[in-house]
Design a protein around this ligand. Structure first.
Ligand SMILES: Nc1nc2c(ncn2[C@@H]2O[C@H](COP(=O)(O)OP(=O)(O)O)[C@@H](O)[C@H]2O)c(=O)[nH]1
Ligand SMILES: [Mg+2]
Length: 366
């Protein structure tokens, strides 16, 4: 289940931070009579009555004109891309949100929080109760999950897509079997026969494809997420557009979160290296032999992390989005709309890797 993203917009000093604090019953944002007290968007995860798991996003004023005002306004506008419901502290903002297709409610000082939450619930988009695994499995299906726990994995935990899909399989009455890529051959021997589906982390797509028999159904976590949090058709077309990449091209890698990149980072290191190989360019190595990920030979690879998705997409031949495990569907879809409007193909990590490994035609799509 995706968290409902509720964002608060209004002029500086209209009481946005006060309202967020009142809803949470704690001091999330600093409140003060000084205009421009809230600068960067402030996020708070909360479980709200009648709404369930939410992310509350307090913003700087849309009218912030102080030093850095323009920059704050840009960050505030970027929040609109991921807003499921907007709470407006100024009625005059309503048309702007209607134009953007964002459900909005108006809050006036002194109104009760309970009634505000009820009004939010009334306009909140109904979550499609579609399964990530769609019609690929059913009750009793045996599903083998290949989940590498490498350096990138959070210590002592599983990443969100793995948790979500495991939970979904259990809810659907499936029988999930889990292994890492190292233990895959043992896991295959331990199965009574052919599983109904193999779901792998995209990072080991190629290896898993080579290890399992060709008649086993194979897909990846990020392919399943692409369907739920994006648009599978657009992403498949985007993956096929890798074929048209040429030296001199420019690729945008878009990450929804801002994680600290690792030396094996999929978006910054692995995918650029695969693209370089595909486009047929020599390795571009730094003095100490390490690959320079942002400048791949003659193929330029830009990274946009978090809110820094560029306004101007025209320089790009291709956009490759991350699996968006922490982002909501609205954010990914607003980026797809921007890419389509700019005529730039867009795909995601999983489909790009499947294409680059030559296994796109063989994978199962939900
Ligand atoms: N009287 C009154 N003052 C408020 C109310 N909400 C906010 N304030 C005051 O207005 C000022 C700005 O509030 P703040 O929440 O920081 O506004 P923001 O800039 O929109 O985040 C602060 O001094 C608050 O104490 C309210 O409902 N009633
Ligand atoms: Mg504030």
């Amino acid at each position: 289940m995706e968290r409902l993203h509720i964002a608060f917009f209004g002029p500086t000093n209209s009481g946005k931070s006060t309202l967020v604090n009142a809803i949470c019953g704690q001091e999330v944002s600093l409140v003060s009579p000084v205009p421009g007290t809230t600068t960067d968007p402030v996020r708070k995860i909360a479980e709200l009555p009648g709404l369930g798991p939410c992310v509350l996003i307090d913003t700087a004023g849309l009218d912030d004109t102080g030093t850095l005002g323009a920059e704050r306004q840009r960050l505030t506008k970027a929040v609109m891309d991921e807003t499921d419901v907007a709470v407006l502290l100024d009625e005059s903002l309503l048309p702007q949100f209607e134009d953007a297709g964002i459900p909005a409610v108006i809050y006036k000082r002194g109104q009760s929080i309970d009634s505000l939450l009820e009004r939010i619930a009334a306009v909140a988009p109904q979550e499609e109760s579609k399964y990530l695994t769609g019609n690929l499995v059913g009750p009793g299906s045996s599903v083998l999950l290949v989940m590498p726990q490498d350096k990138e994995a959070p210590k002592g935990r599983l990443i969100l897509p793995q948790v979500q899909i495991l939970r979904e399989l259990l809810d659907r009455g499936c029988i999930p079997h889990c292994c890492t890529h190292e233990s895959l051959p043992d896991a295959m021997r331990s199965l009574a026969g052919k599983p109904d589906l193999v779901i792998t982390d995209s990072q080991v797509f190629g290896l898993v494809n080579k290890t399992i028999p060709q008649d086993w159904s194979l897909t990846s976590f990020s392919v399943l997420l692409a369907a739920a949090k994006g648009d599978l058709n657009v992403f498949v077309k985007g993956a096929l557009a890798i074929e048209n990449l040429r030296p001199g091209g420019r690729v945008l890698i878009a990450e929804a979160c801002t994680h600290v990149p690792d030396t094996e980072d999929i978006g910054r290191v692995k995918i650029p290296a695969m693209l370089r190989k595909r486009v047929g360019m020599a390795d571009h190595a730094g003095h100490d032999g390490t690959v320079i990920p942002d400048q791949v030979g003659d193929l330029t690879v830009d990274i946009a992390a978090g809110n820094n998705f560029p306004e101007d997409l025209s320089p790009y031949s291709l956009i490759i989005h991350c699996g968006a495990c922490v982002a909501n569907a609205r954010l990914v879809r607003s980026r797809i709309r921007k890419a389509v409007a700019a005529g730039v193909p867009i795909t995601n990590y999983g489909l790009a890797i499947a294409y680059l490994q030559g296994i796109l035609p063989r994978i199962s799509l939900p």
